[in-house]
Design a binder for this molecule. Structure first.
Ligand code: DX5
Ligand code: ZN
Length: 218
């Protein structure tokens, strides 16, 4: 099933509650929350307080993407704030296996993300434990960047790894997803699509979410 996870990084933060409710009403499947610390990526965004505030205004699962160094130090706080899926970067934590186990111990879904230059073999030893793999299709830090074309081949590789492992994990892609390119990424095997500027930059969130889903289903 194709899912759309609008990234609130492109929302109007002064109207955050309304912006979250609007994509929920528009057919979004998750709310994607980009957490950045100014170290792992060159931007600072959202912490657990905002996650808690978003939790209070939506029934949708919160898809929390941690772009922070040593995410293991903050996982309990994000779990308590209401994160449903917690995704960490393989590059950001030394003991990835332990970090994934910590997320699952707290009863949350565990995701692992790879930067564009990170090889898929980093997933090999943890793949059986994962609920989600996130292939970054831009260098993380900002919304509104262009899709890196080589990501499609990478998605195909991860799809093969998941299938061979008998894994039911979702395969998410994040960065530069638009109505014009979602079909090729879906055909490569992705099933969850983060869309920041494509959704929040449009005039009609519902129509855009529908168009993204329709294009991906082709
Ligand atoms: C990038 C973030 C993305 C970003 C996506 O570092 O992880 O989730 O907000 O924005 P778009 O869809 O505009 O590329
Ligand atoms: Zn993200």
């Amino acid at each position: 099933m194709i899912k759309i996870s609008p990234s609130i990084l492109s929302a109007d933060f002064a109207e955050l509650g309304a912006e979250v409710r609007a994509v929920e009403a528009g057919g979004a499947d998750y709310i994607h929350i980009d957490v950045m610390d100014g170290h792992f990526v060159p931007n600072i965004t959202i912490g657990p307080f905002i996650v808690k505030a978003v939790k209070a205004v939506t029934e949708l699962p919160l898809d929390v993407h941690l772009m922070i160094e040593n995410p293991e130090c903050y996982i309990p706080e994000f779990a308590a704030a209401g994160a449903d899926i917690i995704t960490v970067h393989a590059e950001s934590t030394v003991h990835l296996n332990a970090t994934v186990a910590e997320i699952k111990k707290l009863g949350k879904k565990a995701g692992v993300s790879l930067n564009p230059s990170t090889p898929v073999c980093l997933l090999e030893e943890v793949i059986g434990e994962l609920d989600l793999v996130l292939v970054m299709s831009v260098n993380p830090g900002f919304s509104g960047q262009s899709y890196i074309q080589s990501s499609t081949a990478k998605v195909r590789k991860v799809r093969k790894m998941l299938d061979e492992a008998g894994s039911k994990a979702e395969l998410q892609v994040d960065g530069g997803i638009k109505i014009s390119n979602i079909a090729e990424v879906a055909a490569a095997g992705a099933d969850v699509f983060v869309a920041g500027s494509a959704v929040y930059g449009s005039d009609d969130y519902k129509a855009t979410i529908e168009a993204l889903k329709n294009a991906a289903a082709k």
